[in-house]
Design a protein around this ligand. Structure first.
Ligand code: NAP
Length: 305
């Protein structure tokens, strides 16, 4: 049975597309409509049947919707909220899928009219691809989605949780600041390190490009996959999760200096103890069934933002 009669997806990229296919797979929505900013994305969305109807403005898509999903980069959340706020139906739920929570809540919540429920969420699932051709129904299967209930009404929160479970995800709830710290450790800082490592390789002229590509399986390849992620999305993540990312980056730098010293001093015991500790974390991830990367279903590489 449909959980929401009309769902409006604001932004039609990887996450919105995957939500649309996953909702259809489980019959969770009566009608799914969408809005994208560029004519090109709207044309592709129509061509691939990403939603039932595509609108040229966010307000037209959101009008009459029971659930409105903000699926644009974090830095664009406030502008789209200002556009849709006047047309939102009383009793509707607005959610977002932004990778940062505290700053999105601060950008969105003040503009929503009374009687509209705001239930932020963040699916911990993605690929390095983006755009209207990149979504697929299985993206959220057995992945976690973090819902941030705040002071939203329980019934609205429960229904959104049911939606995410229906799309295949496991659901946890937490507050926004804690979410941002957890994600700074598990996602944001690792992405920054990957961007840096790929940048270093690019700068190192003593190693030729062909050598970097030929020998990439030695570890570098995984960094390049992460560092191929959408530039706009990741710029916005760092600008909006500044404090937590800087906190984790500070700790990372201290640990790196300690390892650097151990290497310089030939302190094998330190290195061995450190790597033994980190290996145990990997085992924990495997035991929790979170070790496989999201399947890549042969999607074309994402456009840059
Ligand atoms: P995406 O594939 O790049 O799609 C983004 C969509 O937002 C596109 O339709 C784009 O329109 C639109 N957009 C971009 N800038 C806009 C602006 N200034 N105003 C209005 N619309 C704009 O991105 P995504 O990966 O689905 O990410 C969407 C959200 O999900 C982000 O907040 C991101 O933090 C979050 N998220 C991403 C992942 C991930 O791994 N990718 C995982 C979890 C959550 P055009 O195509 O017309 O430019």
């Amino acid at each position: 049975m449909a959980l929401y009669e009309r769902v409006a997806l604001i932004g039609l990229g990887l996450i919105a597309g995957s939500m649309s296919y996953a909702m259809r797979r489980a019959g969770l929505a009566g009608e799914i409509v969408g809005y994208a900013r560029s004519a090109e994305t709207r044309a592709i969305a129509k061509e691939v049947g990403l939603v039932d109807q595509v609108y040229e403005s966010a307000a037209e898509a959101a009008e009459g919707a029971d659930l409105v999903v903000l699926a644009v980069p974090v830095g664009a959340m406030e502008d789209v909220t200002l556009e849709i706020a006047p047309v939102l139906k009383p009793g509707a739920t607005v959610t977002d899928v932004g990778s940062v929570k505290a700053s999105v809540i601060a950008a969105v919540a003040p503009h929503l009219p009374p009687g509209v429920h705001f239930v932020p969420a963040h699916p911990l699932a993605g690929t390095e691809h983006s755009g209207p051709r990149s979504g697929f129904a299985e993206l959220f299967d057995q992945r976690w989605c973090i819902v941030v209930p705040g002071d939203a009404e329980t019934a609205a929160v429960d229904r959104l949780i049911e939606l995410w479970k229906g799309m295949g995800a496991y659901v946890d709830t937490m507050d926004a600041d804690h979410h941002d710290l957890v994600l700074a450790v598990t996602s944001h800082t690792p992405h920054l390190i990957a961007y840096t490592m790929v940048g270093v390789a690019d700068d190192l002229r003593r190693v030729t490009d062909s050598e970097v590509i030929k020998y990439s399986a030695a570890g570098f390849r995984d960094f390049t996959r992460i560092a191929a992620s959408d530039p706009t999305m990741w710029r916005d993540v760092f600008l909006n999760n500044k404090e937590a990312t800087l906190e984790i980056l500070g700790r990372f730098t201290e640990e790196l200096f300690a390892l650097q010293r151990a290497i310089r001093q030939g302190d094998g015991d330190h290195l061995h103890a450190y790597f033994t500790r980190t290996r145990a974390i990997r085992r924990g991830i495997i035991e929790a069934g979170q070790d496989t990367a999201a399947p890549n279903f042969g999607r074309t590489p994402g456009k840059s933002g």
